[in-house]
Design a protein around this ligand. Structure first.
Ligand code: PAF
Length: 289
């Protein structure tokens, strides 16, 4: 049943979702999907807005996907704010929120996973080896359940975006995967549901991630050799943050490491760092000179 007390219709099962989506299909409407784990912020709402620009109907899914969390990660603590998320989606003019239930997503006896190489290798997978299998599996399920014409993912999770593009290509999923621009606070910190974990002191330091990445990208654009610019960025990050998982430049599509000399292709600088217990990621384009 759709929840009558909420302004926005909520589908809580695959059957409810399909009822609604097939009605839209019969009307020949273009459908956009914004997959999320909830704890929505302006970054997510910008993705909804972007989907609305080319779609007649836009739905957001909210599912904190256990398969992409390791046992020592923040699955239990991950913020769950369904009521305010639904209000925000209503204000953003979404047409439906899909809140899959866990038993239907991962029923007893569920054994299928989607595992990937290519852009899924390295970076996030170094410290979170389970992550992209969890993401690729849940996104495959969501895309098959909804069959949207368009799905929008934030560029803040750049490796995830590249992984999902590859997934859609490899599995012939008939969906356009669009990139949503990273939304930032005025001091440059990329919006993230995990920013709420930062203490006031950590929040101040967190803004330096954007500055360091920008200087890194600028140095590369001005012709600095990859090896030198990368070492310099790592040094700065280590001075600033409590831990640096990676701060690297990679080719912009497959995320392969690059030769040590000046950039010869479109590239991306990417970083994952820790402030206290909070892990933050960010990235930006590093256009060749
Ligand atoms: O980026 C996220 O919020 C999640 O990884 C996603 C894409 C919704 C899959 O659970």
């Amino acid at each position: 049943m759709f929840h009558p007390d909420l302004a926005l219709p909520v589908a809580c099962s695959i059957a409810e979702l399909r009822d609604r989506v097939s009605e839209w299909r019969r009307m020949n409407l273009r459908i956009g999907l914004v997959p999320t784990m909830g704890a929505l912020h302006e970054g997510h709402l910008a993705l909804v807005k972007q989907a609305l620009e080319s779609c007649d109907r836009v739905l957001a899914s909210i599912f904190v996907n256990p398969a992409q969390f390791a046992p020592d990660e923040d699955f239990d603590a991950y913020p769950r704010t369904l009521e305010s998320d639904t209000e925000k989606l209503t204000t953003a003019h979404a047409h439906l929120v899909y809140v899959p239930n866990h038993r239907e997503m991962y029923p007893e006896g569920f054994v299928t996973t989607v595992s990937m190489a290519g852009p899924a290798l390295g970076l996030e997978s170094e410290t979170r080896p389970h992550f992209f299998t969890g993401v690729a599996t849940v996104i495959s399920k969501l895309l098959i359940q909804v069959m949207p014409d368009l799905a929008v993912f934030g560029e803040k999770d750049y490796q995830q975006l590249m992984v999902i593009r590859q997934l859609a290509r490899d599995l012939d999923l008939p969906v356009e995967v669009a990139a949503g621009r990273t939304v930032r606070e005025t001091d440059g910190l990329a919006l993230s549901s995990r920013n709420v974990y930062l203490s006031a002191e950590e929040r101040t330091r967190a803004a330096k991630l954007n500055v360091i990445l920008k200087e890194f990208a600028d140095a590369l654009h001005q012709g600095a050799p990859v090896a030198e610019a990368q070492a310099q960025a790592r040094h700065q990050a280590e001075q600033t943050f409590d831990h640096v998982d990676y701060i690297v430049v990679r080719d912009a599509e497959m995320l392969n490491p690059l030769p040590s000399g000046p950039l010869k292709c479109e590239a991306r600088v990417l970083a994952a760092i820790k402030l206290g217990k909070t892990r933050l990621i960010d990235n930006m384009a590093a256009p060749k000179a």
